[in-house]
Design a protein around this ligand. Structure first.
Ligand SMILES: *[C@@H]1O[C@H](CO)[C@@H](O)[C@H](O)[C@H]1NC(C)=O
Ligand SMILES: *[C@@H]1O[C@H](CO)[C@@H](O)[C@H](O)[C@H]1NC(C)=O
Ligand SMILES: *[C@@H]1O[C@H](CO)[C@@H](O)[C@H](O)[C@H]1NC(C)=O
Ligand SMILES: *[C@@H]1O[C@H](CO)[C@@H](O)[C@H](O)[C@H]1NC(C)=O
Ligand SMILES: *[C@@H]1O[C@H](CO)[C@@H](O)[C@H](O)[C@H]1NC(C)=O
Ligand SMILES: *[C@@H]1O[C@H](CO)[C@@H](O)[C@H](O)[C@H]1NC(C)=O
Ligand SMILES: *[C@@H]1O[C@H](CO)[C@@H](O)[C@H](O)[C@H]1NC(C)=O
Ligand SMILES: *[C@@H]1O[C@H](CO)[C@@H](O)[C@H](O)[C@H]1NC(C)=O
Length: 813
């Protein structure tokens, strides 16, 4: 579910049609299966159904032709989720047979009649089998005693009414499609703790837990847990011996089991997740997570033993669903090309032959990877260590494959690397060794990007890690991006007479009131007015050139903020990004406070989008990307984080090349007393673009900008305003966010862009942009991706999952 492909929507629809047919012809059933009944693995035999038909027990066809899985599955919902499997998850071929016998219970045999599997511990005589509506298949004795239940032998999933006793265990699958037991376990230990851990597959030896419930009290055993209960109301909890509950499902459950199916699965990637699914379904409904453990599997698996969340030498990143994604580092490739969650092998040979010992720096080089670490496998610790010392030490040490610089410590690591992760919290840098001769283009990642863009440089390196494991491709990519930067800068310096002024790290110019008044000819030509005051056009002498400027007169400065004006202006003055409007100077004289910006020739995005002529799809997508990049810079790459708080098309300007340039950033803070505490009187932002947390006294974070960006992205896709005056028969289009998510749910993407053939021919990108937009406008800020993630998803570097309906997690408390 996690890595839902953009095309899932259509698959769902396809499956829906496909499975509607058999369902409509299903025979009436009461769930009872008489002794002596058998079913055969083929496409004709109907499975044993529960009384309501929700669950089926039998042979489920697999993707591979002529293979079936002996299993229990949700029979009615489109994706027919498997909740239990027999025969250790091993698929069986056409013609295999399952018998319900009186003396031996369930017996599975292959087409030749050899026994493959049977239900365990059957000694008594079975009266009948029963497929219950809970998803439990039972073998019942004539006195109604249950001899065998599938609930007692869980595989990777538990269901409401299922109980795990102390000592119980659930195994993950090996992969999404291989049902054999995988590397991860969910266990209720005899001491009362519920744990998640990795293991060695051959011996089942358990490695350190990466989630521990803490329900073990060494001083008082009555406080210890002894059952994991999934009750019929959809709550999971650990029951302590003193009958107290330790809740796993959050207390406020908004999805009652009367209307929603629930299940909890240990996913093949090690994340345990409880999901719900509406009982009334259509082609787009799906399983949605309620909670999951652990919080961040990439960071939580830390043990000395085992490879971590991903395979050896791999790097784990957490996606928006809190599920891990694994990538080989540059210069490494997958051991098993079909298993992206598996281990990676270096493409070059490390050796400690004489050549290597004496000329490390000639043969090898290091690739810096930001916020990346492999936690274990260190064999040397240098402290204090500078970056230079750390690099040199690794290059000249034939054992060293990667050096990790954390604060002033340098750790040298050897193969195989384990517990690799890339996360902002790592707060350090890895230097990965590679052999120069293996790489056609030897120069490692450049610092040729001008100083103000330095952080952009690391962003590219990090981004390129995602692109694939080929070092060569990475270098080509980095080269191309640098060329791109060069072209942009080059153009800018030719065309924009003052462009280089922005690119260089300069101090802002301080203007006198007289200078500004003269430059604007007495504030004659008004360009527009906004929340902060009026903007005037002017021309100012700067050095030897005359520069056209836009002067913003601030008129509503909060009293206490006055003394902070200069500090804030300095923060704004230090921003340098090609998607931001450049501040040239300011005026702070008596009561006059003004900001002097470069003038941009092509007006606002609002007039561009909502004008007479619809701008081209290609131009629109480029603008959307530009704004996203500008926001990443403001949120993550400035020395002080800047939350814009008023992203809307009126605040995005277009330069000569129709590059998007964000304006008015950094001003929100000047007008608000305390940004992190909302006071309804100081709500910033503009109707139609503001996130819910402005109204319900939630902390204001960068996620408010993500919300507004989402609305803006939908506007860019559709060329419609977020809130429109209603025309007859068009009411449903009045609120763009609702209409767009409805269209998405209904698969009617074409309605959104009307007759825009260019967009329709670019269906995949259209779908991707729309899904990103819907992710951004989630009511719950924690579900919204960061702007960095948004950028990566828009670029197609990171896969976009199916977004939930924006208000599905009613965000009330
Ligand atoms: C279910 O139906 C079968 C006949 O189709 C009948 O023999 C059996 O008694 C029924 N069981 C229940 C529990 O109603
Ligand atoms: C089927 O499930 C229901 C609901 O949990 C339960 O009350 C009933 O006893 C079960 N039937 C059998 C035969 O166990
Ligand atoms: C699943 O993986 C196991 C272990 O690698 C392998 O033996 C088995 O053949 C795989 N099953 C399928 C259906 O690919
Ligand atoms: C158990 O008792 C010891 C010593 O009295 C105490 O230090 C420890 O915190 C207690 N543990 C718990 C879980 O209460
Ligand atoms: C153990 O804890 C329970 C409460 O959970 C308390 O009632 C009981 O007295 C405790 N027993 C001891 C020996 O401390
Ligand atoms: C990968 O999968 C393809 C198709 O499923 C198969 O033909 C190939 O042999 C697999 N490769 C490995 C190394 O398992
Ligand atoms: C590095 O320094 C930060 C504060 O500067 C500190 O919080 C962190 O624990 C340090 N990390 C290590 C590995 O020493
Ligand atoms: C590493 O090897 C794999 C296959 O062995 C190849 O596909 C990949 O391009 C290589 N990468 C580099 C950087 O040489």
């Amino acid at each position: 579910m996690a890595c839902a492909l953009p095309h899932h929507l259509f698959f769902f629809f396809f499956f829906f049609l496909l499975f509607l047919l058999p369902f409509s012809t299903v025979a009436q059933t009461n769930g009872t299966v008489a002794v002596g009944t058998s079913i055969t693995a083929n496409t004709k035999d109907t499975p044993w159904l529960s009384p309501s038909g929700v669950f089926a027990f039998g042979f489920k066809p697999l993707q591979e032709k002529n293979l079936f899985l002996l299993s229990i599955w949700y029979h009615q919902i489109p994706d027919q989720t498997v909740v239990w499997y027999g025969n250790d998850g091993i698929p069986i071929s056409t013609g295999s047979k399952l018998d319900l016998t009186g003396d031996r219970g369930l017996v599975l045999s292959d087409p030749q009649g050899n026994e493959l599997w049977k239900s365990q511990f059957i000694v008594d005589s079975v009266a009948y089998g029963f497929m219950n509506d809970t998803g439990n298949f039972l073998l019942v004795r004539s006195d109604s005693f249950n001899l065998w239940e599938s609930f007692k032998y869980p595989t990777d999933t538990t269901l409401p009414t299922q109980i795990m006793e102390s000592g119980g265990v659930i195994f993950s699958r090996l992969s999404e499609t291989n049902f054999s037991q995988g590397r991860f376990q969910f266990r209720l230990l005899l001491d009362g703790n519920l744990v998640l851990n990795t293991r060695d597959i051959t011996t089942n030896f358990a490695y350190d837990a990466y989630y521990i419930s803490g329900t073990f009290d060494p001083n008082n055993s009555s406080n210890s847990g002894y059952q994991v209960i999934f009750n019929d109301a959809g709550f999971m909890y650990i029951l302590r011996r003193n009958n107290q509950r330790f809740d796993l499902t959050p207390q406020q459950l908004l999805f009652p089991t009367t209307e929603y199916y629930h299940r909890a699965t240990l996913n093949f990637d090690g994340v345990f997740t409880q999901y719900y699914h509406p009982k009334s379904f259509d082609s787009s409904t799906k399983w949605t997570p309620i909670w999951s453990a652990p919080d961040n599997i990439c960071l939580n698996i830390n043990g000395e033993e085992g490879s971590g969340a991903c395979g050896f030498n791999s790097i784990c990143t957490l996606n928006v669903y809190k599920r891990p994604e694994c990538k080989c580092p540059p210069g490494y490739s997958l051991l098993d090309p079909n298993n992206t969650y598996g281990s990676c092998k270096p493409n070059f040979s490390h050796s400690c032959s004489e050549d290597d010992i004496n000329s490390g720096e000639e043969l090898y080089d290091l690739l810096p990877l930001k916020d990346t670490a492999w936690l274990t496998c260190k064999y040397e610790h240098l402290q204090p260590a500078s970056e230079d010392l750390c690099r040199k030490s690794c290059l000249n040490d034939c054992f060293c494959v990667v050096a990790l610089l954390l604060n002033d410590s340098c750790f040298k690591k050897k193969l195989p690397l384990s517990n690799g992760r890339q996360d902002r919290s790592v707060n350090g840098q890895a230097f990965l060794k590679f052999r120069k001769s293996d790489v056609p283009l030897v120069r490692p990642p450049p610092p040729p990007i001008p100083k103000p863009e330095k952080k952009g440089g690391t962003l590219i390196i990090v981004g390129s890690v995602f692109l694939g494991s080929s070092l060569f491709i990475n270098f080509v990519f980095i080269g191309a991006v640098c060329l791109g930067f060069f072209v942009i800068y080059h153009k800018k310096s030719i065309k924009n007479s003052h462009g280089d002024h922005c690119a260089a790290e300069t101090n802002l110019r301080c203007f006198t009131y007289k200078e500004v008044a003269e430059a604007t000819d007495g504030f004659k030509e008004e360009l527009g007015s906004g929340a902060f005051g009026i903007v005037y056009k002017g021309a100012i002498q700067m050095g030897s050139r005359v520069v056209v400027v836009a002067v913003k007169k601030l008129d509503r400065l909060v009293q206490e903020r006055e003394k902070e004006f200069k500090a804030e202006v300095n923060v704004i003055g230090q921003t340098h990004h090609k998607n931001l409007v450049c501040l040239l100077g300011f005026c702070d004289e008596g009561q006059h406070r003004m900001l002097v910006y470069e003038f941009l020739s092509n007006g606002t995005l609002a007039s561009f989008l909502f004008g007479e002529k619809k701008p081209s799809w290609n131009q629109r997508t480029q603008i959307a990307l530009g704004i996203a990049r500008g926001l990443v810079y403001l949120h993550e790459e400035c020395s002080t984080q800047i939350i814009h708080c008023d992203i809307k098309p009126q605040n995005v300007l277009l330069d000569d090349y129709y590059n998007a340039r964000i304006s008015d950033f950094g001003l929100a803070k000047l007008l608000m007393l305390n940004q992190s505490k909302t006071n309804p009187a100081t709500i910033r932002g503009t109707k139609g673009y503001v996130a819910a947390e402005w109204f319900n006294r939630k902390p204001i974070t960068a996620k408010v900008d993500v919300y507004s960006y989402g609305v803006l992205l939908l506007e860019i896709i559709t060329c419609r305003r977020s809130v429109c005056d209603l025309e007859n028969g068009e009411e449903e289009k009045g609120i763009l966010t609702y209409w767009a998510s409805d269209c998405f749910q209904d698969g009617k993407l074409d309605a959104l862009v009307e007759n825009d053939m260019e967009a329709l021919n670019d269906w995949k990108m259209l779908e991707r942009f729309l899904m990103v937009g819907i992710w951004c406008i989630q009511e719950d800020p924690s579900l919204r991706p960061t702007m960095r993630k948004v950028t990566q998803m828009l670029e197609g570097v990171v896969e976009v999952g199916l977004p939930p309906s924006p208000s599905q997690f009613s965000y009330t408390n």
